[in-house]
Design a protein around this ligand. Sequence first.
Ligand code: ADP
Length: 453
Amino acid sequence: MDADAAMQRKKAPNRLLADDGEGSVPIDNSTVALGPATMDELGLFVGDLVLLRGKRRRETVCYALPDDYCPEGRVRLNRVVRGNLRVRLGDIVTVHRRDGVPNGAAVQVTPFQDSVEGLAGDLFDPYLKPYFGGGGLRPVCKGDRFVVHGHMHAVEFKVVDTNPDVGCVLVAPETAIYCNSGDPVKREDEERLDGPGYDDVGGVRKQLAQIRELVDLPLRHPKLFQTLGVKPPKGILLYGPPGTGKTLLARAIASESGAHFIVVNGPEIMSKMAGESEANLRAVFEDADKFAPSIIFMDEIDAIAPNRDKTHGEVERRVVSQLLTLMDGLRPRAQVVVIGATNRPNSLDPALRRFGRFDRELDIGVPDEVGRLEILRIHSKDMPLSEDVDLERIAKDTHGFVGADLAALCSEAAFQLIREKMDVIDVEADAIDVDVLNSLRVCNDHLKRAMEV
Ligand code: ADP
């Protein structure tokens, strides 16, 4: 930990970084682990209940366990708990001791629709009974989600109510558990935690900062913008060659801001039957409004909205007008942002680029050396790299490569390695020997050869 980080921690010792690394104690949906020194510092004892506070004011309650392997200043949380807190790895979670959580008289849970598709019957005995009856009183907070594994099918539930309605209760043997299996809940913003984050997009730091300001902030804090009387843009145009990460960037904004994400592929929507393109566009905007905050991503928008002076197609003209009408019709408070991507900004209908429509443009160019290094780091982060790998050198040698090329380069290098190790990997065996796995390293040669492919 550097000096700055150490200072920060002194000031706020209960602000911890979300981690999911290996530990000396198992964690589950109801337990989190902290280093013993951190436990001490926060005045926590084994099995104390802690209130965890994450993003978007999400809170949940878990038991705290000391973990010798957990680095100081970190808290190990499993996916379910991270989901409940709406945090990603590396995000800050605040941890406080939480005394006096009452036993619940009743809790009401409902499964998620997509996790019970194809399942019939009562979920109580196979899922909820073993989950809550397995010793220990599980704390549950209203709004929490939890996954129960078993019966060849994991089911995800949501806690919709607790009695007493005090935010969090313990599920004790006397607690009545009501499960509304007949009316499963639809997933709203919950699944997006798995989507790509800002740290998955490399080489676009400046653009990222702008986008956050233009899209993420207004979508996340509409009130602030309203109060200040600032109108956030309705549309943003990203331009740059294919494979530079325009789609990835838009997806990252959606998942980080928790917005509903709708992709519209320009050529695809245009290839529909005459008249359907417009109806499809209208349906997209209706959906966006319904599920707001939303981001509509229009890939190859030049196909949807070519310059009307230069196109002879009647369909194109009608679709351009339809798009303009829809964008003009977006209410300022609709919390819908349209992100268009194109490699040919000049072939767009100029009316689209006027104020109040796509009035911001960001150039997502081919990455420079520093950008390439960032992207290489992102795509090699799950790879065991041999010591002779010099990513900086590779970044130097890959002039003209875009993000997609660099991603392909990394997976090709891994592929080279596997091909080479086919003789030591027993392909017939059910499991790979740990020693073999341990010996696998992507080295410079693999990357070099991958560059020649
Ligand atoms: P575009 O929309 O500009 O054509 P994509 O976002 O579809 O490009 O990029 C394709 C893939 O290439 C991404 O899913 C990602 O794996 C990789 N990639 C492209 N650009 C970047 C980048 N800037 N940072 C990290 N990965 C990238």
